[in-house]
Design a binder for this molecule. Structure first.
Ligand code: BGC
Length: 394
């Protein structure tokens, strides 16, 4: 090749590169523009790395489009959420060495979520946790619900809020947030009333994942909304959660029967394995609790203001998560039924005690337990609750 030809090819390839680059820049700008102007557009975008929110097509369920939204804050922390089940699929933060990994379990593909995993990262409704014998009586009428957990109903029934496609909107604000809406029709899963639900996820620049729940109904109905993320703060499922340290601001819990329905009693944790009033390793007393922890703690807070109720710490990664809520209860579940059937996005099987849940909620079976705080939402009332998971380095 002569020098002239080589020079010509160099210039040509440079020009092509330039053309390609300008094409990419214009396309990128247009895509961003389209996305910020029209949230229902079906743009395919690479995962975000700059603060903001991006949206990717993820498949279809029930003839509806499913998306993945990635919220990124100024620290580069990323939370990915799907409008399928309002599922938080990953929550990527840096550990004490700056290594980034997801602190919750999840999958990369929609198909894996369709295999009915045990509610990984999902929004739960209408009723989080169990209602005994899958029925309740309200205003003299008995409502029969789906028995999807032995004779009880669990997490909303056969097709709870974790298995429906929510309508999503993502305003282009400086603090990334995603609003999901769902109309649960009168009679759905046996529950009365048309229930309009809106859940807003926000990722703040302080590494807080804030979840705000709102709902209204046209007939009285029980409601107990929560999120079912499973945490492994080390980001590596070869470490169990038994070495994590947990504090729960609760002097009492609700003991359960053999089917995990509260007996109705509110019992002091003092002197029992349920005492997490000061920081304690989860593995210390778990052997004393048949099956592991899967109970509702009665939070000490006296009203529905937003307060810190729990803190979980992991010494391997140096990460902690603080839990704030307006709710009266916390279901601490040590992943007792996880059996390795599902593979986490890090390629590792999700085994027993490799992840745990801190589900903020009203007490299980409240519709059948008049002594528990009421979970009945009436027409004209507004259901509103807030929970924050704040990640920090120790
Ligand atoms: C319940 C567990 C259940 C798990 C997954 C938790 O909220 O308390 O008993 O196995 O969810 O369904």
């Amino acid at each position: 090749m002569t020098g002239i030809i080589r020079y010509y090819l160099f210039i040509k390839s440079k020009k092509n590169n330039m053309k390609f680059m300008s094409f990419m820049l214009v396309t990128g700008a247009l895509t961003t523009l389209v996305f910020s102007c029209n949230n229902s557009s079906e743009s395919k975008e690479a995962p975000a790395s700059k603060p903001g929110i991006t949206k990717t097509d993820w498949g279809q369920v029930d003839g509806k489009q499913v998306y993945l939204f990635t919220l990124v804050n100024s620290k580069g922390t990323e939370v990915t959420i799907s409008n399928y089940g309002g599922t938080v699929t990953s929550f990527v933060t840096a550990d004490k060495n700056g290594k980034r990994s997801s602190i919750i379990v999840g999958f990369d593909s929609l198909n894996q979520y369709l295999q009915k995993p045990p509610y990984f990262g999902a929004l739960i409704g209408r009723y989080g946790n169990r209602i005994g014998d899958a029925k309740f009586t309200l205003d003299g009428k008995t409502y029969q619900l789906a028995a999807n957990d032995g004779k009880n109903t669990l997490h909303g029934g056969l097709k709870g809020f974790d298995k429906v496609v929510w309508d999503a909107t993502a305003p282009s604000d400086s603090v990334p947030s995603l609003t999901l809406k769902y109309l649960s029709k009168d009679g759905e899963e046996g529950y009365p009333g048309n229930l309009n639900v809106a859940v807003q996820y926000t990722l703040t620049n302080d590494d807080e994942l804030k979840i705000e729940y709102n709902a209204e109904t046209d007939k009285a109905t029980p409601i107990n909304l929560t999120n079912h993320s499973y945490f492994n703060l080390s980001g590596d499922l070869s470490n169990t959660i038994l070495g994590n340290t947990l504090t729960i601001d609760a002097n009492n819990y609700t003991p359960v029967d053999s089917t995990l329905i509260p007996a109705g009693e509110i019992k002091a944790v003092k002197g029992t394995p349920f005492d997490f009033t000061s920081p304690k390793k989860i593995g210390r007393d778990i052997g004393l609790v048949k099956g592991g922890y899967d109970h509702n703690w009665v939070l000490n807070k006296k009203d529905s203001s937003l307060q810190k109720v729990a803190e979980l710490s992991d010494s391997i990664s140096g990460r902690s998560v603080e839990v704030y809520t307006t709710q009266p209860g916390l279901q601490f579940y040590t992943g007792n039924f996880l059996d390795g059937k599902f593979i986490n996005h890090d390629g590792k099987p999700i085994q027993q005690h490799t992840a745990l849940c801190l589900e903020t909620q009203h007490f299980p079976d409240s519709p059948n337990k008049p002594a528990f705080p009421s979970t009945i939402l009436k027409p004209g009332e507004k259901y509103h609750s807030i929970t924050i998971y704040k990640v920090k380095l120790n």
